[in-house]
Design a protein. Structure first.
Length: 425
């Protein structure tokens, strides 16, 4: 149980961190202010500020997030009538705004807020020392800090560093970068699996084992034989060979086989019919001889190929869901925990393989054109490019809220279905 929990936290944490780092990296390169990069959720444990970004470690070790200027609700930062304190520089310019009752700034000016503009003109006004007969106005530095109500210290977000002020291609790349990072993580993880296995293992068409008294043995196939073609069609690897055998139960197949250096034989056989879950398939009783390629090129290629194979399977599953949707086709945190539990039993290689598979899943799901997901944001970017102007911000907020509500409902249904599947059946 403890091993599974720790493994789950690590896997989930790596997936989310890599995804969010993609958004963070391209936002920074695009001149978008990343106000906070958080590892974990909930109350803050530790914070460090550098180059405009506050890096926080939070108590719940699940996930994390990136706060980009302009993509967050700033209404709660300051309120009219709120008591705050201001730290000024030698020229009387505000360098820090303390809006938290948990913090005290030495030599700060107490102020009851009456109005402010931290987006464009950068000023704040209010009543100093509780004197409501005299309203004072202070200019705010472009890079001033604000201590929020929970004690988190972040930089203010003037309009010129907000997400909406970046060029459209930069915003699109920032939205896409999370999924991109997940795909890159999968490639690296699959390549690491190949390294830990000692190289890329391929199942050749050479027979490594022929089972006793099997269809293959009775037909004359031997260990070391290399299958060249079946019914005149060449087979490139054991997977192709197995697929042809599976698809032809009880039907005559002619194997062209190379034996030794020079001998070529044509061997006729009929695969044995095996029924599993009501589906018939053919079996002949052979196991492939495995070849191991340890070259760096083969290992790197394995990462790309396996990632692409997983992508194809996910796209096929999504396509199938269009014709017949079922909650059993989806999985949430409970399903992920179950998969992690099984993977942890088989060791590190299985866990890394699961990490790669889930990373591809996360990347593709985030690119679905649903408001509130990265794919929904990209769709709005495309619409903006076609129209030549942004969508009305109010309409965009409504669409995002609808998408967010849809995702919450779906997540609840999927999680409840997972609990039923994994704990009560």
């Amino acid at each position: 149980m403890i091993t599974t929990i720790i493994t789950f936290i690590i896997v989930f944490g790596v997936l989310v961190f890599v995804h969010e780092f993609g958004h963070y990296f391209f936002a920074k390169r695009s001149g978008i202010l990343v106000r906070e990069f958080s590892i974990g959720m909930g109350p803050k444990i530790y914070a460090y500020h550098k180059n405009g970004t506050t890096y926080t470690l939070r108590i719940l070790p699940l996930g994390g997030y990136v706060r980009m200027a302009g993509l967050e609700d700033e209404e709660d930062s300051l309120k009219k009538g709120q008591p705050i304190s201001l730290l000024l520089d030698d020229n009387g310019i505000v360098r820090k705004i303390n809006a938290s009752s948990k913090m005290t700034l030495l030599n700060a000016v107490p102020l009851e807020v009456s109005a402010w503009d931290l987006d464009q003109e950068l000023w704040i006004k209010g009543y100093e020392n509780g004197d409501e007969t005299k309203e004072v106005t202070y200019q705010v530095d472009h890079d001033a800090m604000i201590i929020e109500s929970d004690g988190t210290e972040v930089q203010i977000a003037p309009l010129d560093v907000q997400f909406q002020s970046a060029a459209l291609p930069n915003r699109m790349m920032t939205n896409f970068a999370g999924a991109l990072n997940n795909f890159l993580l999968a490639i690296v993880a699959f390549a690491l699996v190949a390294v830990m296995q000692g190289g890329v293992i391929t199942n050749t068409t050479t027979l490594g084992q022929v089972q006793h008294d099997s269809v293959a043995q009775k037909a004359g196939l031997k260990k070391g034989d290399t299958v060249v073609s079946i019914n005149g069609e060449k087979v490139a690897d054991f997977s192709e060979m197995a697929a042809k055998i599976d698809a032809n139960p009880g039907k005559k197949l002619i194997f062209k086989v190379k034996r030794g250096k020079d001998q070529v034989l044509n061997i006729s056989l009929k695969p044995k019919t095996v029924t599993e879950d009501g589906k018939k398939s053919g079996k002949i009783g052979v196991i492939a001889k495995q070849a191991v390629n340890r070259s760096p090129i083969a290992i790197a290629e394995y990462g790309f190929v396996q990632t692409w194979n997983v992508m194809k399977k996910i796209f096929a599953a999504l396509g199938a869901m269009i014709h017949g949707f079922s909650l059993n086709d989806l999985g949430g945190p409970v399903a992920m925990y179950s998969y992690t539990s099984k993977a942890a039993q088989y060791g590190v290689v299985s866990v890394i393989s699961l990490l790669a598979f889930l990373s591809v899943n996360l990347g593709i799901v985030n690119l679905l054109p649903i408001p509130a997901l990265d794919g929904g944001k990209l769709l709005l970017n495309v619409i903006e490019a076609v129209r030549g102007k942004p969508i009305d911000p109010n309409k965009e907020v409504v669409l995002t809220l609808i998408g967010f509500a849809f995702m919450l409902i779906l997540m609840f249904l999927v999680t409840w279905n997972d609990i039923q599947r994994y704990f009560f059946r």
